[in-house]
Design a protein. Structure first.
Ligand code: SF4
Ligand code: SF4
Length: 168
């Protein structure tokens, strides 16, 4: 299969730089409900942790995360390699909507900005919106980067890959 549609390396900083030129209120996440956010504000909430790209299995109505990631997640950088084409190429890649955030059992990590705000919790101090830097999620050890994630491609039994990270 041709890899022509694989994106150039994604520059996470660029997402925040682009937002600076837009009319986005400072601290909008403290003053607006998720329901009221603009698409640009909504997009900025994502911290880029990549934990929603980990495969999960459900055991007794509880979602267990595995360290086996979507085959399009770059396990070194923790970034999606096909971000612009993700919904065309991966049938179970989820759009993060309010309904998805509220789905039970919970499948987003406890650190996920959408889940936190929807549950009345503040953004963590390492969140890129607080630090002003996309890399801070990785520096805080809160992303998938450097945590032994593997591509799902070679995985036979997901139960062998279940992880119990405290930030899930
Ligand atoms: S878990 Fe939440 S904050 Fe992290 S990458 Fe997914 S949507 Fe973004
Ligand atoms: S295609 Fe979707 S699930 Fe796969 S790495 Fe990209 S954003 Fe994550």
């Amino acid at each position: 299969m041709s890899d022509d549609w694989i994106d150039k390396p994604y520059d996470a900083e660029q997402r925040f730089a682009a937002a600076r030129g837009k009319n986005i209120a400072p601290d909008f996440w403290q003053t607006k409900k998720l329901e009221k956010m603009t698409p640009d504000e909504w997009e900025l909430l994502c911290d880029g942790c990549g934990k929603c790209c980990l495969n999960k299995i459900e055991i007794r109505r509880e979602v267990k995360f595995t360290r086996a990631a979507c085959r399009f997640l770059d396990c070194e950088s923790g970034l999606c390699r096909i971000y612009e084409h993700r919904f065309d190429k991966v049938s179970d890649c989820r759009l993060i909507t309010l309904e998805a955030v509220r789905e039970q059992p919970r499948w987003l990590p406890k650190t996920c900005a959408y889940w936190r705000l929807d549950n009345g919790l503040p953004l963590p101090d390492w969140h890129p919106l607080i630090t002003g830097r996309a890399a801070s999620v990785h520096e805080a050890g809160m992303s998938v980067r450097g945590r032994g994630t593997v591509s799902e491609s070679g995985v036979k039994d997901y139960e062998d890959y279940v992880v119990d990270w405290p930030d899930l």
